[in-house]
Write a protein that binds this ligand. Structure first.
Ligand code: F6P
Length: 547
């Protein structure tokens, strides 16, 4: 299996060789139809992938590789509820959470849709009651602040979505997100909040995650100190697959929202983990978010590979990782409200495909997932874009831009659009020596000055990017964009033959932190660790001011 994959990936090398000789700026000059030939749509989303180091032959080879890796078969297996998460022996069925049809969706022979709809109805009821003030705190006042306590998939998705959908929120009902075990996070969030009007949602698939449970207990203490122990039941809700642990924590049964082990943490924003989003933007907008994702599911399921956005983006990622050796991928939304989108994608992509063994547990003979990073434009332009344009590493970029803003503030949006277009154009074209020299001459510089400055002002160009353009960042659009990236990651995981749905890499740190805690607290002897860890522990204890 691994050797077949390796030879498939090697076929890309001959296409790379050909394309090395024809930079993109030459290809654009030769072909006025390049945009038309290398762009595709899913619903209202346009993907322009013409500014990539590709031609038709290379794309055909990439689609052949997707076919040979059985992307279509694995996609079918996922939808059929097969246990494609092999190392955890689980189905992967988060698509059921946003399914809009009326067919049964089966996992292990059971239709999961009745339960999905039941939980959705519960979310609708509860979110509506919090929003209209029917649900009240212990003192009879309605809630103004919802604090979600969770981490990873139980935080990044809803936090990203709430920010993205800010135009749909109300100023008198605010959602906050606390994830870090660093007490500063909870402390600074609660500063200024009124316990009488604050509700906590404890979001944890397992209800055992140390960061979340530590924050949850501190939050409970905050409520109990202000309003008494009996108030706790009125100020907490929980979302988890571990219903018993929620009950043990003291959450009222009608405020416990369940989900299922076939929903991976980083794919859970569509489940009751989205409850704070539904409260913040209203259930109808949350439902539109789900619908947008469903539409992308349908596109991914039904569109032929060469017009299929997740497949095109996924295979371009494989191309750059394996044929060109590019180690990172930047996601650069020209949309301030998507400022947590890249952080969200980091978990989705890097926790999924940051693997080095095949499904069968054999070492990979090729590279898998890239480092995903980025910040919103235009902020990044004044920070790290220097390296993207002139650094020694080539970094394929995704640019995201809405045609219409939510606010009427000319000329802001036109400037934003001009900037995003300028960046992909500059990366593709670069600036040649002749162009630099002509520019410096026109500025009146003498020969010596031109000679000295020219190397600094050259842009190599031929740097790849995709541009995703959509009409407006609505809830439905956000759902489609998130699902697009989910499926992109899926396609890549299939080609790389890795388990995109487990996350064993986070375990070792957790284990060691548990073992180190008594040593940090000084209740166990500082022994048994490596010299560095021992030295740091000793130094910590010497600096620590006793409480
Ligand atoms: O970081 C590992 C992880 O298991 C993620 O996959 C998950 O999203 C996160 O921890 C939180 O887990 P839980 O929802 O069980 O608290």
């Amino acid at each position: 299996m691994a050797s077949t994959r390796k030879s498939l990936l090697n076929t890309m090398m001959k296409h790379r060789k050909r394309l090395e000789a024809v930079p993109m700026r030459v290809q654009f000059a030769l072909d006025p139809n390049r945009f038309r030939r290398f762009s595709a749509s899913a619903g209202d989303i346009l993907l322009d992938y013409s500014k990539n180091r590709i031609d038709e032959k290379a794309m055909e080879a990439l689609f052949d590789i997707a076919r040979a890796a059985d992307v279509e078969g694995r996609r079918k297996a996922m939808w059929a509820g097969k246990h494609i998460n092999v190392s955890e022996n689980r189905a992967v069925m988060h698509m059921a959470l946003r399914y809009q049809g009326d067919r049964p969706v089966k996992v292990d022979g059971r239709d999961v849709m009745p339960e999905v709809r039941e939980v959705l109805a519960h979310i609708k009821l509860f979110a509506g009651q919090v929003r209209d003030g029917t649900v009240k705190g212990a003192t009879g006042e309605s809630f103004t602040d919802i604090v979600n306590i969770g981490i990873g998939g139980s935080d990044l998705g809803p936090a990203m979505a709430t920010l993205a959908l800010a135009p749909y929120t109300r100023p008198d009902l605010r959602a906050h997100y606390v994830s870090n075990v660093d007490g500063a996070h909870l402390h600074d969030t609660l500063k200024g909040l009124d316990p009488k009007r604050t509700m906590f949602i404890i979001a944890s698939k397992t209800f055992t995650t140390d960061e979340t449970m530590t924050n949850a207990h501190s939050a409970r203490g905050w409520i109990a100190r202000a309003l008494g122990d009996a108030a706790v039941r009125d100020h907490f809700a929980a979302v988890s697959t571990n219903l018993k642990a929620c009950d043990d924590f003291g959450i009222r049964p009608d405020r416990i929202f369940g989900f299922w082990d076939w929903v991976g943490g980083r794919y859970s924003v569509w489940s009751a983990i989205g409850l704070p989003v539904a409260i913040a933007v209203g259930f109808d907008n949350f439902a539109a978010f789900l619908k947008g994702a469903y539409e992308m599911d349908q596109h991914f399921l039904k569109t032929r590979l060469d017009r299929n956005l997740p497949v095109i983006m996924g295979m371009l990622g494989v191309w750059y990782r394996n044929a060109w050796g590019f180690a990172t991928h930047a996601v650069l939304p020209y949309d301030q409200r998507l400022s947590r989108f890249t952080a969200y994608l980091q978990q989705q992509d890097m926790e999924s495909n940051g693997k080095s063994v095949t499904l069968e547990g054999k070492p990979l003979a090729y590279d898998s997932g890239p480092v995903v990073w980025g910040e919103p434009g235009t902020v990044g332009q004044h920070s790290f874009y220097q390296l993207i344009h002139q650094g020694t590493s080539v970094i394929p970029c995704d640019f995201l831009i809405a045609a219409n803003p939510h606010e009427h503030m000319p000329p802001h949006h036109d400037k934003l659009v001009a900037n995003v277009l300028a960046q992909s154009e500059a990366l593709m074209l670069g600036k040649t020596k002749d162009e630099v020299v002509a520019e410096l001459k026109a500025q009146g510089l003498d020969k010596e000055q031109i000679k000295a400055l020219t190397p600094h002002k050259l842009f190599p160009g031929n740097r790849p990017s995709n541009t995703l353009m959509y009409p407006k960042l609505t809830p439905e659009m956000l759902g489609s964009l998130v699902a697009l990236y989910e499926h992109k990651v899926f396609v890549q995981g299939v080609v790389w033959d890795v388990d995109s749905f487990d996350q064993w890499g986070v375990e070792l740190g957790k284990q060691l932190a548990k073992a180190l805690l008594p040593k940090v607290q000084g209740t166990a002897r500082n022994e048994g660790n490596d010299a560095s860890t021992k030295g740091l522990l000793a130094h910590y204890r010497s600096l620590k001011v006793s409480e």
